[in-house]
Design a protein around this ligand. Structure first.
Ligand code: SF4
Length: 396
């Protein structure tokens, strides 16, 4: 038996509701199952039950074995003091809080094993996602609601990374933006050397040099003039050596950069030159002061492919707005982040194509970001009971 399954049947009230008795023979009526708490603390908050006609309001804790209460040391945790009912699969130990016996509902003889098998079969499916054979039967609105939840989860997850980076950078906003954008330019393959680049040169130095020197400066720091260069780059190398001395800069190892598996438009030297163009637009470093149309207009000024502009928007600009929303509780920032995602073309990758084959299509990167998160964080980990779609399948 799995505890998360017991949570699901409690939420669904998939029990012989009019015939429930505590282990000491008292009639139990469920008035309200309570609010499911996925974090630490009791499993359901503010539930409401009647025991032998007397109403009790409080929290409900669920375990596979009653003795898990003691195994998890809940007896030492004040957060569990207000538990009014212990719901267990197997009652192998009585539960006491402050010497008071807590009513226990044992489920092992009440469970519908056909339903339990349905749940197990769902998780055991060896298909691309466990619910592949059932998802088409689920209402479209339920799927959309889950996608929306997953987008928010994704933005919150990115937000935590961003907040940690800000702390690591000693709350230096400019350095934070520089690093986020650098990561986006590095794509998956070269994001670490791109971050390294931002550690070896700061933006203020970059903005001091003339526009014609800026890509030379980045390429030089990145190590692209480290070795003998071709005849047509001799001028650039001379320029780099001058800048290196002037600003006391140190080169990276050229071998830090990866070319393998990349198509020429994604080669790191090209991306570094593009990064120099990008960083010349100072507005990107106060992007959260713009509205969504101004952001899109600014991006349009860049002579980059549409796919790459979208990548910058999804992986750097939207997370910056979301971070500002969380940081200052500024709803306007949240609105802009979601609007930008809704107005950006969907990504094309294997995961999105697979969802499309299952009949789930994306109109914008709002949906595609949600579907990526859903696949990676829930489906791939068989967390179907924390997913609205899985819940709807088991409700049937
Ligand atoms: S997590 Fe949700 S969408 Fe993914 S397989 Fe399970 S039920 Fe389906």
């Amino acid at each position: 038996m799995k505890e998360e399954y017991l949570h699901a049947i409690w939420r669904l009230k998939r029990l012989p509701i009019s015939n429930l008795f505590s282990t000491d023979g008292r009639a139990i009526k469920i008035l309200n199952t309570g609010w499911h708490n996925p974090d630490s603390g009791p499993d359901f908050f503010n539930g409401s039950i009647e025991i032998d006609g007397i109403r009790w309001n409080g929290n409900i804790e669920i375990h596979v074995k009653a003795s898990d209460w003691y195994l998890h040391k809940h007896q030492d945790d004040a957060a569990y003091k207000n538990v009014i009912l212990h719901v267990v699969f197997q009652n192998d130990k009585d539960l006491f809080i402050d010497n008071q016996k807590i009513p226990t509902l044992e489920l092992q003889h009440l469970i519908d094993f056909n339903h339990w098998n349905k749940y197990r079969n769902l998780l055991l499916n060896q298909t691309w996602i466990p619910c592949e054979n059932s998802i088409q039967e689920i209402e479209k609105q339920v799927v959309l609601n889950q996608i929306e939840n997953s987008v928010i989860d994704r933005l919150n997850r990115k937000n935590q990374i961003l907040a940690q980076t800000f702390t690591d950078l000693e709350n230096d906003l400019l350095a934070l933006f520089f690093e986020i954008y650098a990561k986006a330019f590095g794509l998956k393959v070269n994001n670490l050397p791109f971050i390294e680049l931002t550690k070896r040169i700061d933006l203020k130095t970059f903005w001091k040099v003339s526009e014609s020197q800026r890509s030379i400066l980045f390429l030089g720091v990145a190590g692209f003039f480290e070795e003998d260069v071709k005849f047509n780059l001799i001028h650039e190398k001379k320029e780099w050596l001058f800048l290196k001395k002037k600003f006391s800069l140190e080169e990276m190892e050229l071998s830090s950069w990866k070319f393998k598996g990349l198509r020429p438009p994604s080669f790191p030297n090209l991306k570094i030159a593009q990064f120099a163009t990008f960083c010349s637009y100072k507005e990107f470093f106060s992007i959260h002061e713009l509205n969504s149309s101004q952001v899109l207009e600014l991006l349009e000024k860049l002579n980059f492919s549409e796919d790459f502009r979208n990548n910058l928007l999804i992986n750097a600009i939207v997370p910056i707005f979301w971070w500002n929303f969380e940081r200052f509780q500024d709803a306007k920032m949240q609105e802009i982040a979601l609007k930008l995602l809704s107005e950006t073309k969907t990504e094309n990758n294997q995961i999105i194509s697979k969802w499309k084959n299952l009949g789930i299509k994306c109109k914008s990167s709002f949906e595609s970001q949600g579907l990526l998160e859903l696949k990676n964080e829930l489906c791939a980990r068989s967390k179907c009971l924390t997913c609205k779609i899985g819940f709807a399948i088991l409700k049937k």
